[in-house]
Design a protein around this ligand. Structure first.
Ligand code: SF4
Length: 689
């Protein structure tokens, strides 16, 4: 029952159909030279999915406000015309849309960038202090006159937004961007009207809001504030609350509460961050607003909410008025409609991996979604129902096979999915037992539900043969991957297992050596040392980072595999070994440091620079360490995490090396692909390492 969440919402002059906001996400579509078509298709799909209000990715208020070359600037290069197309698309679908007024300040990734006059891009900030990732770019401290003209830029941008047809604007004052930089003693060392004490540091935000409100008296005006910067020595909670107090009389319609700076070393958006970890800040600010002379100002909560049942809990039990979700709307543009219909089983939940969204965004690549490859490519990959339904067989029920099957079924084809093991999901099902990756099971749950809904046939425990597929119009072979093996003396001993074995069956008590410290090795070690109980881990997270984690937000509980019954051994004595490269290599840039940090916190030993794995004996793994010494690593058990390779069963059948040994191999029968080719059945191979 999402009664509160689905109730109409007044945001200043706007009457919105529900209380779900799509939070701002930079997509890179904003600067495509396509007349705004791709951006419009992206936003149209989300508006059609029922979200009440959309906030665009940040639109720079001036050239020097850009976060990078793929940021649009109001009034430059046809940006306004492109946004007009997108705004019309949202309105067509009954939604409302706010333009986010953006200034990166010292966060501008300006290397090699030029302004519209061909001059090197200037990077500006309250003080001339670069940030760690600035790659040598030194910001210039704004002069007093420039501070004032920057405020004018915000006001002019708001007027542009009104002219384009936006329903309102959101002032970006969070996440460590310019407005936030003015507020913090870490980045504002000025001693003038714009700095020197907390009140003067707040003044820039105050004047921006005042100017924007005056510029667009008929539009909704909201501000995205940092509930906490999560930076040692930065703005305190009391100072944030004081800023809220200063802003409330200025005619703001809402305060949207963000969390953490991009350079913060506190995890905020990674999969291992407990659901609801940051709500306490929105709640605190809501209390400030309600106790003020302007209790009508709306408060929007966000961060680490992936399920609208949690959104409803937040709206019922706290004093906030709406919830903002960003990545969950990349993963499933229909999350609102499906949730309001009670079809939570169909929701393609964001798994918090960051791989196709944040990790790409920060290096200027187009944003998409690991569990929804159409995200950001709605035009290129249109989802048109077929007029000529075919029989489509998909062999292999891992993530690639499931995605292919769901896509074919959505287009109206008659789909049959064959999976040789008893369960769907492949590597995603395995990943879902890794602490912090429980949401990976949601991808499988959603695909299964949609296939069922659309009448697809799913054969579990059935190995497809060429004979099964002779009548097919098209076959998709999704063989998946198998663990890569290692050629080390003793690798055949019974206490040596693959990561698949370890994650599926657990590892008995004793010391463990994990060979391979890439993403899989790090995940496997986490599985060995961390509690499977999410509430225990949430308490550990709260203690480690000094935060109050809401205990009533749980994500999609129904998909959770019961912790009891799994053979887990939290607190094990584990050593992870790596020959070269960084630990956790392969994990995206925004998540790797968190994953490796968790292992360090848990006391996992990490030995890098291993020259050679010499031999495995009962109880010991012998290595040549980085200094060339023969060294014994305690190892009652050895787990091999040496990467993956595409299952050999497609090309070579079970007789190929390793082909018959993979439990649950999706495809068997020597030369299935060859059999299909001989019979003239069209097929394609997808997925795999
Ligand atoms: Fe969520 Fe991962 Fe998709 Fe980003 S790429 S929206 S984190 S599932």
């Amino acid at each position: 029952d999402l009664a509160v969440l689905s109730s109409p919402w007044s945001l200043g002059p706007l009457r919105l159909r529900n209380r779900v906001v799509m939070g701002s996400m930079h997509t890179g579509l904003e600067v495509l030279d396509d007349g705004g078509a791709a951006m419009a298709a992206f936003y149209r799909e989300r508006a059609a999915g029922g979200v009440g209000c959309i906030v665009t990715g940040g639109i720079a208020v001036s050239d020097e406000a850009r976060g990078g070359p793929d940021f649009a600037v109001f009034g430059v290069g046809g940006a306004d015309e492109r946004f007009r197309v997108a705004v019309d698309a949202v309105h067509d679908e009954g939604g409302a849309v706010l333009a986010q007024l953006f200034h990166a300040g010292r966060y501008a990734l300006a290397n090699g960038m030029v302004d519209r006059h061909g001059r090197p891009q200037r990077v500006v900030a309250p003080s001339a202090l670069p940030w760690a990732a600035a790659r040598g770019v030194q910001p210039v401290a704004l002069t007093d006159a420039e501070v004032r003209s920057t405020i004018d830029d915000f006001a002019a941008a708001a007027r542009s937004a009104a002219a384009i047809g936006f329903d309102g604007v959101e002032i970006m004052a969070s996440e460590g961007y310019l407005v936030n930089q003015f507020q913090s003693p870490l980045t504002n060392l000025r001693d003038d009207e714009w700095g020197g004490d907390a009140e003067r540091r707040r003044r820039f935000a105050v004047e921006v809001v005042r100017a924007v409100r005056a510029a667009v008296p008929d539009l909704a005006v909201t501000i995205r504030l940092s509930g906490a910067d999560l930076m040692p020595g930065s703005t305190t909670d009391d100072e944030v609350d004081a800023l809220v107090h200063d802003l409330l009389p200025l005619g703001l319609d809402a305060v949207s509460v963000g969390i953490g700076w991009h350079e913060s070393r506190t995890p905020t958006v990674q999969a291992s961050v407990p659901h609801g970890a940051w709500l306490a800040h929105a709640e605190r600010i809501a209390r400030v607003v309600r106790a003020s002379a302007h209790p009508e100002v709306q408060v929007i909560a966000s961060n680490r909410m992936t399920d609208l049942r949690d959104g409803e809990t937040v709206l019922r039990d706290r004093q906030v008025d709406a919830v903002a979700l960003a990545r969950p709307l990349l993963a499933d543009p229909d999350i609102v409609r499906r949730s309001l219909d009670g079809r939570f089983d169909l929701v393609n939940t964001c798994i918090g991996c960051n791989q196709a969204c944040l990790d790409r965004s920060i290096v200027g690549q187009p944003v998409s979604c690991l569990v929804n490859p159409r995200a950001g490519r709605e035009l290129a990959l249109p989802l048109r129902p077929t007029t000529d339904p075919k029989r489509v067989d998909v062999v292999g029920g891992g993530p690639a096979g499931l995605a292919a099957a769901v896509d074919a079924a959505r287009r109206g084809h008659e789909v049959t999915l064959w999976e040789a093991s008893d369960t769907l999901g492949g590597q995603f099902a395995l990943a879902a037992v890794v602490p912090g990756k429980e949401d990976y099971a949601a991808t499988v749950r959603a695909a299964r539900a949609e296939l069922e809904d659309r009448g697809a046939t799913v054969h579990l425990g059935r190995t497809a043969t060429a004979a099964d597929l002779l009548d097919s119009d098209a076959v998709v072979l999704a063989p998946g991957v198998v663990p890569r093996r290692i050629a080390v003396p003793g690798a055949e001993l019974p206490h040596v297992v693959t990561y698949e074995d370890a994650l599926r069956d657990g590892v008995p008590p004793g010391t463990v050596a994990v060979i391979g410290g890439g993403g899989i090795g790090v995940d496997t070690a986490a599985f060995l040392v961390e509690s499977p109980d999410e509430s225990v881990r949430a308490a550990e997270f709260a203690a480690r980072w000094g935060v109050t984690v809401a205990d009533d937000l749980v994500g999609d509980l129904a998909q959770r595999q019961p912790a009891a019954g799994r053979t887990l051994r939290p607190g094990s004595d584990v050593t992870v070994l790596r020959r070269s490269g960084k630990f956790g290599q392969g994990i995206g840039i925004t998540s790797r440091w968190v994953a490796v940090g968790r292992l360090r916190d848990a006391g996992v030993r990490m030995i890098g620079g291993v020259q050679e794995y010499l031999r495995i004996e009962p109880g010991t793994l012998w290595i040549r360490d980085e200094d060339g010494r023969e060294t014994a690593v305690p190892a009652d058990h050895v787990v091999v995490c040496a990467g993956q390779e595409r299952s050999p069963v497609v090309e070579g059948g079970p007789d190929a090396p390793g082909g018959a040994e993979r439990p649950g191999a999706a495809v068997a029968g020597a030369g299935l692909a060859a059999g299909l080719a001989a019979a003239g059945v069209p097929y394609a191979v997808v997925g795999g390492a």
